[in-house]
Structure formats: C-alpha cells, structure tokens
Design a protein around this ligand. Structure first.
Ligand SMILES: [Zn+2]
Length: 341
C-alpha cells in the first residue's frame, strides 16, 4: 500500500530537483570558469614580450619578471602567495626604490604583493594588482637579518595609526617614512601612491619645502601598514588603459577633509553586491588575456627572476632569439632563457 504521506514528500522533493536546472540556466555565466581561478593557478609568467592589457582592476599581463625572495635591499613577504611578479618596468622601479631608500636611511624594503605571474584577478585580496604595475611595500624597514620563510608568512605589518583612530601615532611615524614616500613619488613613472587618509594628513601637516609630490600621495581605505605604489602604463603596451590623473595641487584640501567625516566609514547598506572577482570570467577581460593564459612559460622561475645587483647570476644564453622581445634599457640583470634540458 502506498503511503501517501511519504509520496507527497517525495513528489515535493522531485519537484524541487526538477526546478533546479531552470534556476541555474538563468545563471549560465557561472558555468564559465572564473578568471580568478584560471589566473590564480598560474605558476609562471607568459614568456612573451612584456605587455600590460586592460586596467589595474581588470586585466592581465605578459612577459612578467619575478623579484627574488631576497635582494640586497629587499625581502619578499608572504612568499607562499607567489605574487612577486610584475612588468619589467615595475620590477626596475621597485629595485631602484630599494637602493635609493637604503641611501636615504631606510634599510631595505619589505615587499608585499605585486601581481600573480600572469596578473589577472586574484583568489583573495586586492581588486587591482592585475596588470603588473602595482606593488605593496610595508611601512616597516627590513630588519638587519634575513627573515625565515615562516616569519615572512606570519609577521604582521604594524599600523602607523593610533588605535581606533584615523590619525597617525607620532611614536611610530619617523622622518624615514616621509623620505621613502617622497623618494617613490619622485620617479616619473610612479603615478600614484595609495596611503591611509591619516598618513596623507600627516604629510600635509608636516612636509616642508617642495610639496608638489604630495599630489601623487592619494588617500584610500586600508593602507595604514603598507603603501601601494602604482606606475603608469609602460611604453609598448597600447592595450593598457590609463587611469585618470590625480587632481593638481597637494591634495590637502576638502577632498582630504571628506575622509575625516563619517561618510566614508559608514557601513554599506542594502544587499551586498558580489565582488568583481567572483563574477569575472575570461570574457570580462581584454581579449588578449586568453593568449596570455595560453602562452608558453619560461623554463623556470629563476630564469625570469631578478636577484638585484650583486645577486647570483640569473641566466645563461637565450634558447631562442626572440623568447623575449628586447626590454627597455634597465640597469638590473635581465632575465634570459636558459637551455631547456
Ligand atoms: Zn596594493
């Protein structure tokens, strides 16, 4: 005898299952792999000419170069993330900053995230950093010893702010903090440097003399324990989309005052919008990003990693004449192909 009570339940369940395909077909986009999954799985850069495609928060790049875990004036942090890759021009700029800053009295850089080997959206963290032109640098100079792998995973960057406040803690702020930011802003290709509004305010209140460089120092959420250095689209990357120039002037005006109102810190209301990385597929990115994903990889990470002046030699002779197109003149050892054996 059929138990109608249970039959009723089964019918309900069956109905629910049959309804599922109809529901999910409305979200067909979810069947495409997400771009963050594809790019987050890349272990090595695309071994083609260095080019950035798209925008800082929506793109990818080819011809990436890595920064070694250790250089004369830097130490990479969070090595497990494999995010110390960048367009050669960014790598050159970070390397130069590491040397210049050391001369200015900042022992060396603790390098936070740059980009994934081929850029693209990340599985976690940043919305930008996608085209090899962004680098995070800690507001702590390198210690006078080499940190262990585990320390680089675990040590936290210390906020420069007073606890529960939007203002810098004067016990933590030093002239060297100003100097490293001033140095980074002095480079022609550095277009903006993101810092917490409290840090921008500290500079506004204390920088004497030439203040034009302050226009590049842009207030933004977060960025109280590291700064974010961004260079402009490099030559040879016509597919790279320029950001709008920061307003003229030192930026110490009403635009900064806004950050010290309630508005920017108000919790968001309304339904939570999905993060861009959770919906972007390959189709959302510039068409060239497909080729970037499919491009061959160099023979190894070390073949395309910069160790800095005085570091270990990087490579032997190129395997193929045009594995890399000529790079812009830079004064760091250039990565070259090693014979694949
Ligand atoms: Zn950043």
């Amino acid at each position: 005898m059929i138990n109608f009570r249970h039959f009723g339940k089964a019918a309900l369940l069956l109905g629910a299952i049959m309804a599922l395909p109809a529901v999910s077909s409305g979200m067909a986009v979810a069947k495409e792999p997400l771009a963050k999954t594809l790019f987050g799985a890349q272990q090595l850069p695309a071994a083609t000419a260095p080019k950035s495609y798209g925008f800082y928060s929506k793109g990818c790049f080819a011809g990436g170069i890595g920064m070694a875990a250790d250089g004369p004036n830097w130490q990479g942090m969070r090595l497990s993330r494999n995010r110390h890759w960048g367009h050669p021009e960014l790598v050159r700029t970070v390397e130069q900053l590491s040397r210049d800053a050391a001369r200015d009295g900042w022992r060396g850089l603790l390098l936070g995230d740059m980009s994934q080997p081929r850029g693209g959206p990340m599985l976690s963290g940043h919305a930008s950093h996608q085209i090899g032109l962004d680098a995070d640098i800690w507001f702590m100079p390198m210690p006078d010893r080499r940190l262990s792998y585990d320390e680089r995973e675990q040590i936290s960057a210390v906020s420069l702010l007073k606890r529960d406040s939007l203002y810098v803690d004067d016990r933590k702020w030093t002239p060297a903090h100003e100097a490293v930011l001033r140095r980074a802003a002095s480079y022609g290709n550095v277009e903006r440097i993101l810092v917490h509004p409290g840090i921008k305010k500290k500079l506004c209140d204390t920088v004497r003399g030439d203040r034009r460089w302050l226009s590049k120092i842009r207030p933004f959420w977060g960025h109280d324990s590291h700064f974010h250095m961004r260079i402009g689209c490099p030559a040879g990357s016509p597919g790279c989309k320029e950001q709008s120039a920061p307003p003229r002037g030192d930026g110490c005006d009403d635009a900064l005052a806004w950050w010290f109102t309630e508005e920017p810190w108000r919790p968001a209301t309304g339904p939570a919008k999905p993060k861009a990385r959770d919906v972007m597929t390959l189709a959302s990115l510039p068409a060239e990003c497909r080729a970037v994903l499919e491009a061959p990889a160099p023979v190894s990470a070390s073949a395309v990693t910069v160790t800095g002046i005085g570091g270990a030699p990087i490579a032997a002779a190129p395997v193929t004449a045009r594995a890399f197109s000529p790079l812009p003149a830079i004064d760091i050892p250039l990565p070259r192909w090693r014979p694949a054996d």
